[in-house]
Design a protein around this ligand. Structure first.
Ligand SMILES: *Cc1c(COP(=O)(O)O)cnc(C)c1O
Length: 399
C-alpha cells in the first residue's frame, strides 16, 4: 500500500493536526497553541470560531443546507447584491472553489470570442500565475510543475510576463484571436508579485482599445485581504470579469465569478451550471463574512497592520543582506530571501507560528483578517529570529 493510504499521496503534509481554533489561534491535538499566519491559505478571513459566523452557520444548518439551482435561492441574490455593491460588477455566478470560478471565466471569454466570430479564441495569461488544477486552469497557470504529466494541455492561451506592457502590445499587434487578458492583481502562489497600478491601468486601456475582456483573478488577493475589497481597486480600474473564492466564505467552500457590461450577458441558460454552487450554507457564510468585515473594520486594519509588518520585517532584516524584498499589500505579504527557505515552515511551526513558503524563496504571510496589533507584533517577534537564522550562513553557491 502507498505510504499515505487510505489517502492519495497528493500532499506533503506536516505532522500536525489541529483540533480547534479560536480567533487567530490554532490548537493541535496535543494542546499546543499556534499563531496562524496562513488562514488555511487565505481562506479563514474571520479566523476560527468567530461567534457571529458560528452562530449564523448553526442557524442556517437548522433551516436548509442545499436545494439546488433548479429553484430560487434568496441568499444567493443577497450575497450577489452585496458583492455587486462593493465592486463595479452587476452580475454574479456562484460555484464552490477558485478553479471553478476561473473555469467559468475562461468559458465566458471563449463564448465571448465565438459570439464575435472568432473560432479559436485565445486568452492572454502570465508567467508565475496560478489559476487552479483543472485542465483548463492548470493550462492557464504559469508553472510547469503544475502542468507536467497532464499534457496535452488545453490550448488557447498565450503567455507574457507580469508588468511587461511591451509584450502585451506585441500580442495586440500580432494575434487577432485574442479575446481576453486574465491575471491576478497580486500573484499569490507565484510569490506575492503584484501587478503595478500603472500596469493594471495600461492593461485596462489596451483591453478597451482591443475589445478584450479584462479578467482579474481575485481568488487569493480579493475579499478585503489587500485592504480594499478587491486588490485591483487600488489601481482605480474595473475589470470585466472577476473570479473570487478562498476568503469569501471564511472556511466554507465557495466560489463566484462576477461580471459587468457585455461580459455579464454572455452566459445564457444551458451554457454553464453547478450542482452545489450557491447553496444556502455557503451563501450564509459569504453574507456573514462581509457583514462582520464591515462591522469590525477589518479592511482598514488589514491595510495598516500589513504595512507595519512589512516595514518591521524590512527593518529587522536590513543588516543581514539576505533579504531580497518584502512586498504585498494589506495582509498578503511575501518576504523574498536570497535562497530557498522551505525549512522555515517546520522551524516556524516549532516556534508556534503557521506560515507558508511559496516559489521556493518567498515566505508567504496570509493571516486571518481579524488579526490585531498584538498578533502582528507577536508574528514579527517570532518570525524575525527565524529569518535571520536562515540567512546567517552564506547562500548555497556563493563563496
Ligand atoms: C488558490 C487559487 C486558485 C484555485 O483555487 P481552488 O479553490 O484551490 O481551486 C485560483 N486562483 C488563485 C489566484 C488562487 O490563489
Amino acid at each position: 500500500m502507498p505510504a499515505s493510504a487510505p489517502l492519495m499521496s497528493t500532499y506533503a503534509r506536516l505532522p500536525v493536526a489541529f483540533s480547534h481554533g479560536d480567533g487567530p489561534w490554532l490548537f493541535d491535538t496535543d494542546g499546543r497553541r499556534y499563531l496562524d499566519c496562513l488562514a488555511g491559505i487565505a481562506v479563514n478571513t474571520l479566523g476560527y470560531n468567530h461567534p457571529r459566523l458560528s452562530a449564523a452557520l448553526r442557524e442556517q444548518l437548522g433551516r436548509v443546507i442545499h436545494t439546488s439551482n433548479l429553484f430560487e435561492i434568496p441568499l444567493q441574490t443577497r450575497l450577489g447584491q452585496m458583492l455587486v455593491d462593493r465592486s463595479a460588477m452587476t452580475n454574479a455566478f456562484f460555484c464552490n472553489s477558485g478553479l471553478e470560478a476561473n473555469e467559468a471565466a475562461i468559458k465566458l471569454a471563449r463564448l465571448y470570442g465565438h459570439k464575435r466570430g472568432i473560432e479559436k479564441p485565445e486568452i492572454v495569461v502570465y508567467e508565475k500565475a496560478f489559476h487552479g488544477r483543472s485542465l483548463a486552469t492548470l493550462s492557464a497557470t504559469g508553472n510547469t510543475k503544475v502542468q507536467k504529466g497532464f499534457e496535452p494541455l488545453v490550448e488557447g492561451f498565450v503567455r507574457v510576463e507580469i508588468n511587461d506592457l511591451a509584450a502585451l502590445r506585441t500580442i495586440a499587434a500580432e494575434r487577432p484571436n485574442v479575446v481576453a487578458v486574465f491575471l491576478e492583481a497580486i500573484q499569490g502562489e507565484g510569490g506575492i508579485r503584484p501587478a503595478t497600478e500603472e500596469y493594471l491601468r495600461e492593461v485596462r486601456a489596451l483591453c478597451d482599445a482591443q475589445g478584450w475582456l479584462l479578467m482579474i483573478d481575485e481568488v487569493q488577493c480579493g475579499t478585503g485581504r489587500s485592504g480594499k475589497w478587491f486588490a485591483h481597486q487600488w489601481a482605480g480600474i474595473v475589470p470585466d470579469v472577476m473570479p473570487l473564492a478562498k476568503g469569501l466564505g471564511s472556511g466554507v467552500p465557495i466560489g463566484a465569478v462576477l461580471a459587468h457590461g457585455v461580459a455579464a450577458e454572455i452566459f445564457q441558460p444551458g451554457n454553464h451550471g453547478t450542482t452545489f454552487g450557491g447553496n444556502p450554507l455557503a451563501m450564509r457564510a459569504g453574507v456573514t463574512t462581509i457583514e462582520v468585515m464591515e462591522e469590525e473594520g477589518l479592511m482598514d486594519r488589514a491595510a495598516h497592520l500589513g504595512a507595519a509588518i512589512m516595514s518591521e520585517i524590512a527593518r529587522g532584516m536590513a543588516d543581514t543582506g539576505g533579504l531580497v524584498e518584502v512586498r504585498g499589500r494589506g495582509l498578503m505579504i511575501g518576504i523574498e530571501l536570497d535562497r530557498p527557505c522551505g525549512e522555515l515552515v517546520p522551524m516556524a511551526l516549532a516556534a508556534g507560528l503557521i506560515l507558508n513558503v511559496t516559489a521556493e524563496r518567498v515566505v508567504r504571510l496570509l493571516p486571518p483578517l481579524i488579526f490585531e496589533q498584538a498578533h502582528a507584533d507577536l508574528l514579527v517577534e517570532r518570525l524575525l529570529p527565524l529569518l535571520r537564522r536562515v540567512v546567517s550562513t552564506p547562500p548555497p553557491g556563493k563563496a
